[in-house]
Design a protein around this ligand. Sequence first.
Ligand code: 5GP
Length: 195
Amino acid sequence: MNFLEEKIVRDATIKEGNILKVDNFLNHQIDMNFLDEIGKEFKRRFANKPINKIVTIESSGIAIAVATAKYFSNVPVVFAKKQKSVNINGEVYKAEVESFTHKTINTVIVSKQFINEQDNVLIIDDFLANGYAMKGLIEIIQQANATISGIGIAIEKGFQPGGKLIRKYGYQVESLAILEEMDCENNQILFAKQS
Ligand code: 5GP
């Protein structure tokens, strides 16, 4: 097991509806040493890519994206916002994203100031489940005519369709832990083997 799989076994819990709760290290309380390991691992996996920007979606992606940016030199983090904020100046890129956890549809936006056609983007998120959030981020980066240099996911739920869907686009997708099965009754998780 890698460090993330070990952390999941030790600290995560399984909730009804195929939800993995990671509130005590990722989604509510944040374990910074652990996030630092995630950032380091993403840098290792995307070391040969000319990444100059990291893009994620609020809110849970932000901490991982920031921890990852620390390992790239001078790379800003841009996060898609879930509603139009009065603070956003000018034009925005937009995409519709269904929320896996809240079952609502959000319009997510990024100001046109912050992504452009010169950018080589690494997309980062905490979970990949059905792929709705990732599809929205890809759409936004395509609207900006920027290049997607890679996609980094902390936890992919391999039994949901997002991973297959996103890999079909041909991007380098790196998931640090891939859950193959979650057994809610016995609180047991099976991970997919990774090379
Ligand atoms: P997707 O859009 O791929 O269906 O879901 C991804 C988003 O839903 C992630 O950004 C994450 O916030 C949330 N999500 C999906 N599955 C889970 C889960 O099992 N546990 C938690 N905590 N969040 C999840």
